[in-house]
Design a protein around this ligand. Structure first.
Ligand SMILES: *Cc1c(COP(=O)(O)O)cnc(C)c1O
Length: 966
């Protein structure tokens, strides 16, 4: 018997163990890959690809990598610096019980959190069903006919509603009236968004002033129901007044309250926004949570964000897909209805599952309990001699505490509770699903004078009446669709969640080689901390000293990201890449304005840019001028120079992506930056492709002035089926004063707040912290190099089958960056096959398609990332080669151009088993083009989906069950 090979023990602690697990190819694989691409080493390959002028000379100064156990232990210590007090702050963030079956099987389940945005609809039916449940829930509770599939947070949703109203407005006015009863963070974000668009925000400071304002000139008004101080008032008369002025009425609301209150859609609201946080998503210091927006039917084509709609597939069966995409940035660019790309899909799925699990009766029971406790609390406080504001309320009370305010707030903290410091004269108390009798007793104890007897909960419980005005009690039904009634037993719920996730392809089943999206490993050790109570159960507006752990997380992560990017300052507040772009452009504009150059309003953007770039520029009040790209995929420097000269006085900035969205490391990037600087402009480097740069080159060092990062691409936050994300904005020294601020932290900046919470999607930051802590400088650099090696390997291996667009000559073959664009444009003429056909055919092979038709129509952009093992890369290559043979059979005339395995893809089991099989190719060829598929087969639940039909016959809520019977 031979002994197994025991490797030598280099040191007692082995940080390299995680690095080797994060990086897919082994050292032996790497040697093989290098020999195929014809490079002597990773370093030699990188030297061929990265322009020498920009290559880093010194390694990043990061703490030395540690292993998984050690990193978790360190993070636990950091988390312990947060203090978890019982929160009664409210203000848009509430305690909630995430049902265990949803916590474990959705939030902590890679089948859900590693999925991509459902652009490939056929492999995304499960998450789209969950999202249509979300939309249905929002429509039902608000009583409006159309809702989108999530927005980033309540404050940005309110700002999006403002611009939606402006787009739809007939009025010449640019005034927007906001009720002072709106959450302060919502008003703050609205002010930020309004400023560059020349919208005047009016916040009347009294009910009389509000009435007067509504009789004036404005294009829309916003009120909150229930208001931030808890008040519930009938707003139907306001709606009539607003409509008489041809203006739109926007209402910010609370979904749980709407189970008991007359919904805004029934008394005249045109647009309703809010957060679904309290439906099962922990507070997490401010995010991620799914915001929502619902509107009147007439507004649907102007709605921001994604909408899931029902269409039909090639077999005539109902199927879901993203509807009305022509509104969105990836198609409409600077004319899009918003810049949103990554949204909040996973939190929206959680909220929808919470509604499915509890159903209308369960939600009503939860809401009634909250409202009862609120009534009992109020009566008790009154008995104790306190003055509770005498307005209707659901969950929130305002107590006039006068000069005792500070003392009471401090006493509360001493007893383990946070109250809201509403003003220097009043405290707010908000209750939620987690409130217990003991909490009510605790609250009374806080407010009782020494020795004063506490009220008797049981006695009050028997006698209390709800504080909801009878005239505003909801009478209409909601959540009547069977899906909200069938899954209340945990067994049924477990199976429903599983059945939906089984329909989808996520990273737990296949590589997702989406170019520009960086679908890499989201390691389990990185994910574990996000549900630790010390991160999850923290209110974003708790007193600052209770958030010491989060502050340390913020400080360390920003320092590490500065080191990785070469920038001087970073804000983690933007909660998606698009929001980072927006914040960065605001910073540039504020900088110019501070220098007396506010006329600089031109943003030059190359034609290959991602759609969020022009859409963000528009929101920042800039005018977009598109510049050309040359035949090699580079920014056309001559054209750029011309446009810089033409607009010299008005040049605000140039937005480039590096390496470019064509996957090219443009050699003359430093020259480009210098050119823009000579004209007084600033350079925005879109950092979405940072996975090719970390440890290799730093945009802040080679001429960039501002970048955003996508922590949900390069830094391992999972994509969640389309969010959450984090889009930090990074700037050079002289722009640091213009990073976003947030009034709640006392940090005021020229550009204001861009997210509802100071740290944006704070609760997912531990993921990126863990990644950087475990990889260290060497590991991160190796990751970037391996990502580039893997892309080059795929490009070389497929060269004879699909030419790579924009490859450059290298020492021993063609070279690309961390992704490669496979050119399929020629097949249209030779066989009628399009890139879309190949994308759908890959489903039959059990693979997720690469990025389809971006940035070049009819191509596939492949980004394998460093995390894909060579074996999986080979599976992809083999499938692509086999598909090329299928195309060749069409080209040669052997197979019909219209009836073939590509045009009919993907093949469902139902189609294959049908007695009616009218095709020339066999069922085996369709389903099992490779032998291995007989042992491991993904069966798509629907056939090719008809997008046009869905947009013509728009249907965006749950479909009646009998539509499946046809
Ligand atoms: C993903 C991406 C963005 C947008 O980021 P989101 O987080 O989805 O808003 C912007 N630019 C490029 C090049 C991207 O790939």
């Amino acid at each position: 018997m031979t002994m197994p090979h025991v490797p030598a023990l280099h040191s007692l602690e082995d940080p390299d163990e995680f690095i080797a697990r994060h990086i897919g190819p082994s050292e032996a694989d790497e040697a093989l890959m290098l020999s195929v691409v014809g490079a002597a080493s990773r370093a030699a390959l990188i030297a061929e690809i990265v322009p020498p002028g920009i290559a880093r000379r010194a390694p990043m100064r990061l703490p030395p990598a540690v292993g998984e156990a050690q990193a978790l232990a360190e993070l636990q210590q950091l988390a312990a610096r947060n203090q978890q007090l019982k929160s009664f702050i409210g203000q848009g963030y509430y305690g909630t019980h995430t049902p265990g079956v949803i916590l474990r099987n959705v939030l902590e389940n890679p089948a859900w959190y590693t999925a991509y945005t459902p652009y490939q609809a056929e492999i995304s039916q499960g998450r789209m069903e969950a999202l249509i449940n979300f939309q249905t829930m929002v429509c039902d509770l608000t009583a409006l006919p159309i809702a989108n599939a999530s927005l980033l947070d309540e404050a940005t949703a309110a700002a999006e509603a403002m611009t939606l109203a402006l787009r739809m407005s007939q009025s010449a006015s640019r005034r927007f009236v906001v009720s002072a009863g709106t959450h302060p963070q919502t008003i703050e974000v609205i002010r930020t968004r309004a400023q560059p668009l020349g919208i005047e925000v009016l916040v009347p400071d009294s009910p009389t002033a509000w009435q007067q304002a509504l009789e004036g000139d404005y294009f829309a008004a916003l009120a909150q129901y229930p208001a931030t101080d808890g008040r519930i008032a009938y707003l139907g008369a306001d709606a009539a007044l607003i409509h008489a002025r041809q203006a739109a009425f926007i209402v910010a609301t609370d979904l749980l309250a709407l189970t008991l209150l007359t919904p805004p859609g029934e008394w005249g609201a045109d647009i309703v926004v809010g957060s679904s946080q309290r439906l099962g998503m922990p507070m997490g210091a401010g995010g991620p949570h799914a915001a929502f927006m619902a509107c009147r039917d007439a507004y649907k084509r102007a709605l921001p964000g994604r909408i899931v709609g029902v269409s039909r597939d090639a077999q005539g069966q109902p199927a879901y897909r993203l509807a009305l995409q022509t509104r969105e940035q990836h198609i409409r660019r600077e004319k899009a209805t918003s810049n949103i790309c990554t949204a909040q899909v996973l939190p929206a799925v959680i909220a929808s599952m919470y509604a499915v699990y509890h159903g209308p009766e369960g939600l009503t029971r939860i809401a009634l309990r909250v409202a009862r406790y609120c009534a009992i609390l109020a009566e008790g406080l009154t008995q104790l001699g306190h003055s509770v504001a005498e307005h209707g309320s659901f969950d929130t009370l305002l107590v006039h505490t006068g000069s005792a305010t500070e003392t009471l707030a401090r006493r509360a903290v001493g007893l383990g509770a946070n109250l809201r410091r509403y003003s220097s004269e009043a405290l707010g108390i908000a209750l939620d699903e987690t409130t217990t009798r003991a909490d009510i007793a605790l609250l009374w104890q806080i407010f009782a004078a020494p020795g004063q007897a506490l009220p008797d909960v049981a006695a009050l419980e028997a006698g209390s009446t709800l504080r909801i005005p009878a005239a505003l009690r909801r009478t209409s039904t909601f959540l009547t669709h069977p899906v909200f009634h069938r899954h209340h037993a945990e067994t049924a719920m477990l199976r429903y969640i599983r059945a939906l996730s089984d329909k989808d392809l996520a990273l737990d089943r296949t590589m997702i080689p989406l170019g520009s999206c960086t679908m890499k490993l989201n390691a389990t050790s990185e994910m574990i901390p996000i549900t630790w109570p010390a991160f999850a159960q923290i209110h974003p507006f708790a007193p600052g000293d209770q958030l010491a752990g989060y502050r340390q997380l913020d400080t360390e992560l920003r320092a590490w990201l500065c080191e990785a990017t070469g920038y001087a300052g970073i804000s983690l507040q933007p909660n998606a890449g698009s929001q980072g772009e927006y914040a960065g452009l605001l910073a540039i504009h504020a900088y110019h304005a501070a220098n007396g150059q506010s006329q600089r309003d031109i943003c030059l953007i190359p034609s290959s840019a991602h759609g969020t770039n022009p859409a963000s520029a528009q929101m920042a009040g800039l005018e977009v001028v598109v510049t050309a790209c040359d035949a090699q995929g580079n920014v056309d420097l001559a054209d750029l120079a011309d446009k810089c000269a033409q607009y010299s006085e008005r040049l605000s900035c140039v937005m480039i992506t590096y390496p470019s969205t064509h996957g090219v490391f443009e050699a003359r990037v430093e020259e480009l930056c210098a050119l823009v600087h000579r004209h007084g402009g600033r350079v925005y480097v879109d950092g979405a492709n940072m996975n090719a740069l970390v440890g290799i080159a730093a945009p802040g060092a080679f001429g960039g002035d501002v970048s955003h990062l996508n922590l949900h691409k390069t830094f391992c936050i999972p994509h969640g089926g389309g969010g959450p994300g984090v889009g930090p904005v990074c700037v050079v020294e002289d722009l640091v004063p213009f990073l976003p601020g947030h009034a709640s932290t006392g940090l005021h900046s020229g550009v204001g707040a861009v997210s509802a919470a100071p740290l944006g999607n704070a609760a997912v930051l531990p993921i990126s912290w863990m990644y950087m802590r475990m990889m260290g400088a060497e590991g991160l650099k190796r990751a970037s190099e391996t990502a580039i090696l893997s892309a080059n390997y795929i490009s070389c291996r497929l060269q004879a089958h699909y030419p790579t667009l924009y490859a450059s000559p290298g020492a021993a073959g063609q070279r690309v960056g961390h992704e490669c664009i496979l050119d399929l444009r020629g097949f249209k003429a030779t066989s009628g096959v399009t890139a879309e056909d190949v994308a759908k055919r890959l489903i039959d092979y059990g693979l997720h398609a690469p990025t389809l038709s971006f940035p070049v129509p009819n191509t596939l952009m492949v980004e394998p990332t460093e995390s894909e093992p060579l074996e999986e890369i080979e599976r992809f290559i083999a499938a692509m080669i086999a598909i090329r043979a299928e195309i060749r059979a069409i080209e040669s005339g052997e197979v019909s151009r219209t009836d073939n395995v590509l045009k009919n893809a993907p093949h469902t089991a139902a189609a294959l088993l049908s007695a009616d099989w009218p095709h020339e190719h066999s069922r085996e060829q369709a389903a099992f083009p490779q032998p291995a598929l007989r042992h491991a087969k993904y069966w798509p639940p629907v056939a090719r989906i008809d997008n046009v039909h869905g947009d013509r016959n728009l249907h965006c809520s749950c479909i009646p069950l009998d539509s499946y019977l046809s």
